[in-house]
Design a protein around this ligand. Structure first.
Ligand SMILES: [Zn+2]
Ligand SMILES: [Zn+2]
Length: 269
């Protein structure tokens, strides 16, 4: 059984209003042993009225998390993480944001790609679906080359959530020439990827990434994988974890990882 949710958001993220306690209590109800909070930090998020909206307020965050760890001691292991948006033009600022801080876990994600976030309306106005997917997938190799301060790369094919036909016509092997350089860099650098179950929760047939991409990662020698729901509310904590376990076994994984002090610990599937 997967007993750790390594990707969740709270009111410390602009797109969630969940309290820390409601997420911790939901994790206990789901029978989880470990919960890693990974609120957002996106430096220089474009075209929003409040430029600080997606910045993490670190002192308040660490204080709240450390208090929570004390309150849940013996009931739930609480780990402190961040999901930081990667972008080569801010490589230094991103690295400085994370370096020397007491994060247990750093997810690096492609959100804003050369000023465009597929989550925002209009992304597909200038692209066909295939072009829009390729534009996003390209950012993975670019970011992985430029930035090394992350532990796992988040939701590799997240753009598929927002495509006009979502995952209907999406086949990762159509984009393998784009995915492979990124996966190879991630693996060579000793970094991992995550299985993010939010795709299922949003009505897709796939989690992120797609099974074929999980298999490709294994084929290229990738072993490190964490599991996260990407929950923004308590109902989604631990979402689809039984299915996630089966998927990982199907893809050839024997262990999943949980990062503590940014070191992976391995648990059998
Ligand atoms: Zn994300
Ligand atoms: Zn997230």
């Amino acid at each position: 059984m997967i007993l750790a949710d390594s990707h969740i958001h709270t009111r410390f993220s602009a797109d969630s209003s969940a309290t820390l306690e409601s997420m911790a209590d939901a994790a206990i109800e789901q029978g989880l042993k470990t919960l890693t909070f990974t609120d957002h930090c996106d430096l220089d998020y474009p075209n929003i009225p409040d430029p600080d909206l997606f910045l993490m307020k670190k002192p308040a965050y660490f204080e709240a998390m450390q208090n929570l760890q004390k309150r849940y001691k013996g009931k739930l292991e609480i780990l402190i993480g961040v999901e930081i948006g990667l972008d080569p033009s801010h490589a230094e600022a991103i690295t400085n944001f994370v370096d020397g801080e007491p994060f247990d876990f750093v997810i690096g994600s492609s959100h804003v790609v050369h000023g465009r976030d597929p989550f925002m309306p209009g992304y597909f106005d200038v692209f066909s679906e295939r072009e829009g997917y390729a534009f996003y997938f390209n950012s993975i190799a670019e970011n992985a080359l430029a930035i090394k301060c992350y532990n796992v790369y988040g939701h590799l094919d997240y753009v598929v959530r927002y495509g006009p036909n979502q995952d209907r016509d999406y086949r990762p092997y159509d984009y393998l020439d784009i995915f492979d350089p990124g996966l190879k860099t991630i693996i060579a650098d000793g970094r991992g990827i995550e299985l993010n179950t939010s795709g299922w929760n949003r009505g897709l047939k796939q989690a992120h990434p797609h099974l074929d991409l999980l298999r490709r990662y294994r084929e290229l020698g990738g072993e490190l994988i964490t599991v996260g729901s990407d929950a923004h509310s308590p109902q989604s904590v631990g979402y689809g974890f039984a299915q996630a376990e089966e998927l990982l076994k199907t893809a050839g994984f024997k262990y999943y990882a949980v990062y503590k002090a940014q070191k992976p610990q391995f648990f059998p599937l």
